[in-house]
Design a protein around this ligand. Sequence first.
Ligand SMILES: [Zn+2]
Length: 245
Amino acid sequence: MSRAESARSNKTDDIPLARRSSPLRRPTKQEASFILLFSGVIATSLLVLSLSLFPGFRRSIFFLSGQAVPSSDGSLLGHYPYPEALKEDLVSVYPGLEVHRDAYKALNSMSAAASAAGIDLVLLSGYRSHDLQREIFYGRKSARNQIAIERAKVSAPPGHSEHSTGYAIDLGDATMRHTDFEVEFENTKAFRWLQKNAAKYHFVLSFPKGNLQKVSYEPWHWRYEGTVEALRQFEPANESLRNQQ
Ligand SMILES: [Zn+2]
């Protein structure tokens, strides 16, 4: 006890007992800032707790920030999550273009059959790493100033592209290159041939018109499902296609 304090406490002894209970002491600056900090921590914790308890509220926050929250089935903006193909499973078709070796075999047989029928298929794209998908998704997004939801209709968010499995390919018609990646590809001989024959080689059109995944119609995008492993990866997407039929 400092001298000043002991003096003050001695003074207290002089005050008659009835008046000794002094009015409420004001908190010191230090105490006040502690109380402020403490209530701030409590308020923030309550806010965080309520955000985690109400997904709807959380969704709206994510929406306002321009991001998206995965659905309960793991899909993000209509696209399902896919792992990257293992390096040793990829084969190079030409520089800069790789596909899963199982899809490659089937693609070769399919191209040969198409060729025999007078159709010249062009392989436009195959495997894409998550990094490349990130560049495509965010690059185009910022270039066209689109929000994530619009962007996802034509390009899957990173980690959610069928191309990362190595099983998905984009095809074009060598005689109609202006239809590459265009809905007009559906009017080419190549597309009509694929519609009739791709299934024989275990290729499936991933995003038909009006698909339940709500991804834009992509007549050029096909995925290979000829092995147990490939089928397993596309099970959630097939479930969605089945519900549509
Ligand atoms: Zn594609």
